[in-house]
Design a protein around this ligand. Structure first.
Ligand SMILES: Nc1nc2c(ncn2[C@@H]2O[C@H](COP(=O)(O)OP(=O)(O)OP(=O)(O)O)[C@@H](O)[C@H]2O)c(=O)[nH]1
Ligand SMILES: [Mg+2]
Length: 448
């Protein structure tokens, strides 16, 4: 049975460390720990406190410990909670856990503490999911997004949209109740305005997923361009290590190389691609361009690189990818070899020398692009479950809107609105089921 009894788990990593923290939650955990704790009687403690003492079982001292005692409801789970900080030996912490299990505690399932916190109303489901995101955050920006979601950023937005729709729904239902008398309580124009506004909020949230998800998982940053342009040299320069093989033989990089790269508080998945070969045969050339296009399509940001001495040979490709201009940084490499007479296009090219490590202008441009693309203060979603629920609710809202416009029966509109509300409610957990909860919390680590 969920949410009942005392659960126990190691909340810190299990390898050797200065300390390990074992967490117990649930009614009766104080009495349970009291049986083996030599120090103050914790069931008598009035407020949240730290207590020093030792764990002793069957007349044998196990370890000196500090207990953090949290009285319900002033704890993470809103239940009585004890955290036992012992010496960080896997042997000691396991022994203490075993003792607690012998005394009647159950080993906690993955995410069970957070699940209890959710079930006890500590926060809603979207916030509970943010706890896992916060733990898994790999960059400063990912941490910020998770924290804002934990504080209720997404939840408040969803609630605001739900309220708009609920008011709308109640007006329509009232009308339906008086159906026989053919009254119209709700002004159709105003209803449409209201639904339009709900729709635009949902669309905005849906659109935020692209950047939110990229920030969470690592932003795909593709280095594309012709063989020998210096793509691998740039990769090495950005990573500050000789990761990719560099040579003056065109076609050195055969397979895509992918590495993590941290910059401007963001995590990137830096991808060095095989240069696009331009063969004499135009069909093959076309294929090359197609491949570049595919890579560019999938990327969030593209560093399109050209050897400054051969910029004139890249006209076709540049034309083909110009429509992706918003996510391309045009990079003119080998500027150290450029003679002063060489004419360079006026537009946005950043000039670098990857070989000499002169890439400041590129980094500045990348920073500018990231600041506009990823560092907004808008509410951002980053969870695929939220995305699909929002998409489903959008479909229903659009159907409701269409029915309203066509003057169809209020019942149809009501049906679609209820469906939209259900989908929105599933995000914050207003409407949910055990299966969904199981799948969400099983992704957490044990002890959280
Ligand atoms: N002078 C000069 N040479 C460079 C610069 N960047 C790269 N090179 C040289 O250009 C050659 C090709 O560099 P790579 O980094 O292997 O080029 P690539 O684009 O990865 O080539 P492929 O893997 O074949 O597609 C090497 O000999 C590099 O040393 C630069 O800024 N200045
Ligand atoms: Mg290469």
């Amino acid at each position: 049975m969920l949410n009942e009894g005392v659960i126990v788990a190691l909340s810190t990593a299990s390898n050797r460390a200065a300390l390990h923290v074992i967490r117990l939650s649930g009614q009766g955990c104080f009495e349970m720990v009291d049986k083996v704790f030599v120090g103050r009687k914790i069931s008598d403690i009035k407020s949240n406190a730290l207590v020093y003492g030792k764990i002793c079982s069957q007349n044998e001292d196990i370890d000196e410990v500090v207990l953090s005692v949290f009285k319900a409801p002033h704890s993470f789970t809103k239940e009585d909670v004890v955290e036992i900080s012992c010496h960080g030996s896997p042997l000691i912490s396991q022994k203490i856990i075993d003792i607690m299990i012998e005394l009647g505690a159950k080993p906690a399932l993955a995410g069970e503490f957070t699940q209890r916190a959710y079930l006890n109303g500590r926060f809603d489901l979207a916030q509970a999911e943010a706890v896992a995101d916060l733990i898994n955050a790999e960059s400063e920006q990912a941490r910020k997004i998770a924290l804002s979601q934990l504080k209720g950023g997404v939840s408040n937005q969803i609630e605001m949209i739900r309220e708009k729709l609920l008011e709308f729904l109640s007006l329509l239902e009232l009308e339906l109740d008086f159906g026989e008398e053919d009254v119209e309580f709700a002004n159709r124009e105003q209803l449409l305005e209201r639904i339009d506004s709900a729709e635009s909020y949902i669309v905005k949230l849906i659109n935020s997923f692209g950047s939110g998800n990229a920030i969470k998982k690592g932003i795909p940053l593709v280095i594309a361009g012709k063989p020998n342009a210096g793509k691998s040299t740039l990769l090495n320069c950005l990573l500050n290590e000789e990761r990719a093989i560099v040579s003056d033989i065109a076609g050195t990089t055969r397979d895509t190389i992918e590495e993590s790269f941290m910059f401007n508080d963001l995590l990137f998945r830096l991808i060095d691609t095989a240069g696009i070969r331009h063969d004499a045969e135009s069909v093959i050339e076309q294929m090359g361009i197609e491949r570049t296009l595919q890579k560019i399509e999938k990327a969030e940001i593209v560093l399109y690189m050209v050897d400054a001495q051969h910029i004139d040979d890249s006209t076709d490709e540049i034309k083909a990818i110009e429509k992706y201009h918003d996510k391309i940084i045009w990079v003119l490499n080998k500027s150290d070899l450029l003679s002063s007479e060489k004419k360079i296009p006026e537009n946005d090219w950043v000039r670098i020398s990857a070989k000499k490590g002169e890439i400041e202008s590129l980094l500045n441009r990348l920073k500018e692009l990231c600041n506009t693309k990823y560092l907004s203060n808008d509410i951002t979603i980053s969870n695929t479950r939220h995305l699909s629920a929002l998409k489903e609710s959008l479909i229903s809202i659009q159907k409701a809107k269409e029915s309203l416009k066509q003057g169809l029966s209020g019942e149809i509109v009501v049906f679609e609105l209820k469906s939209a509300l259900e989908h929105l409610g599933s995000i914050t957990g207003k409407i949910t089921n055990d299966e969904v909860l199981g799948s969400i919390f099983s992704k957490f680590c044990i002890g959280k």
